[in-house]
Design a protein around this ligand. Structure first.
Ligand SMILES: [Zn+2]
Ligand SMILES: [Zn+2]
Length: 270
C-alpha cells in the first residue's frame, strides 16, 4: 500500500509525524509520503510556516532512517497555487529538497485579485461566496479550474491534488452544479491538460467515509479512463486513525472499472 498525501502538526494535521508513520506502518502501508500544506504568502491557519520547513525536512529524514527496510518514507509538500507569481513553479519550491510535489488549488482569487480559501467547511464557503465573490458561484468555479489549468501549464509538481474539490463546496450553493454541461467541460479540460503534461492525477479518498465522495468524483472516472490518466490513490489523512480511510473502497472500484493498471508504480517501495 502506498499513500503520498498526508498532513501532520506542521500544518493542519492533528498528530506528530511519527504517530502518522506508526499508524501507516501498522495498517500495512509500505510507502508513506508527508505532504504538509506549503508556506504561503498570505495569512492562513492551514499552511505550514516557512521557518518550519527545515525542521520538517530534517524530521522526515530521521523517519526515513527509522523505517529503513520496513517502509519507504518520502518527503513531499502540497503546494498551493495562487497566481503566476506563487505556486509549485516558483523558485522557492523548485529548490526545496523534496522527493515529490503535489500541486493543489485551495485559494481562488476574488474579482479584485485577492486569494480566498474556498476549501474547508461548506458554511464558511457559503459565507465567502456572499462576502468575497458577490454571490457569483460560476465565477468561483470557473476561476478555480482556470487556476488549475494555469498551474498545470507552469509545472513544477508531480501530482495534482483533488482536482474537482470545488464541486463539493460548490454543490452546497447549487445542488445540481456538477450536472451542468459547462462544469463537466471544465473538469474534462483539467484532466486532458494533466495527461498532456504527464502529471499524475490523485484519487483522493478524504471525504469518502463522511460524504461518499472521491475527488475526482466517480462520475468523472470514465474520463480518467478515456484519457488514460496516470493515477495514484491518496487518503489526504489528517489523523492517525484515518491513514487508510476510503483507500480499500477506491481500490476496489478502480479494479472493477478496469482502471487498476492506470495506478502509477513510480513511488512503489523498493
Ligand atoms: Zn488539499
Ligand atoms: Zn491535503
Amino acid at each position: 500500500m502506498l499513500n503520498l498525501h498526508s498532513h501532520t502538526e506542521y500544518c493542519d494535521g492533528r498528530a506528530p509525524m511519527v504517530e502518522m508513520a506508526e499508524a501507516a506502518y501498522g495498517i500495512g502501508f509500505r510507502t508513506w509520503g508527508f505532504s504538509p500544506h506549503s508556506p504561503i504568502c498570505c495569512p492562513s491557519g492551514a499552511n505550514m510556516k516557512a521557518e518550519d520547513v527545515d525542521a520538517y525536512i530534517k524530521e522526515a529524514s530521521i523517519l526515513k532512517e527509522k523505517y529503513a527496510g520496513r517502509m519507504r518514507i518520502l518527503t513531499g509538500m502540497e503546494i498551493d497555487y495562487l497566481s503566476e507569481d506563487f505556486g509549485p513553479h516558483t523558485e522557492y519550491f523548485r529548490e526545496l529538497p523534496l522527493d515529490y510535489r503535489i500541486g493543489s488549488v485551495h485559494f481562488v482569487r476574488t474579482q479584485n485579485g485577492r486569494p480566498v480559501d474556498v476549501d474547508g467547511p461548506a458554511e464558511r464557503f457559503l459565507k465567502y461566496l456572499v462576502s468575497e465573490y458577490d454571490c457569483d458561484l460560476r465565477y468561483v468555479v470557473e476561476t478555480y479550474f482556470a487556476e488549475e489549468l494555469e498551474m498545470l501549464d507552469k509545472g513544477g509538481f508531480d501530482i495534482i491534488g483533488h482536482l474537482d474539490k470545488i464541486g463539493d463546496n460548490g454543490s452546497h450553493a447549487q445542488a445540481d452544479l456538477e450536472d451542468q454541461a459547462w462544469y463537466a467541460r471544465l473538469v474534462e479540460d483539467v484532466i486532458a491538460k494533466a495527461v498532456e503534461k504527464d502529471v499524475i492525477i490523485e484519487i483522493n479518498t478524504k471525504k469518502f467515509e463522511s460524504a461518499n465522495r472521491f475527488f475526482p468524483a466517480l462520475r468523472w472516472w470514465p474520463l480518467l479512463k478515456k484519457y488514460g490518466a496516470k493515477l495514484i490513490l491518496s487518503t489526504d489523512a489528517h489523523y492517525p486513525d484515518k491513514v487508510a480511510a476510503g483507500y480499500a473502497a477506491a481500490l476496489d472500484l478502480l479494479r472493477s472499472n478496469g482502471m487498476a493498471s492506470q495506478l502509477t508504480v513510480r513511488y512503489e517501495s523498493v
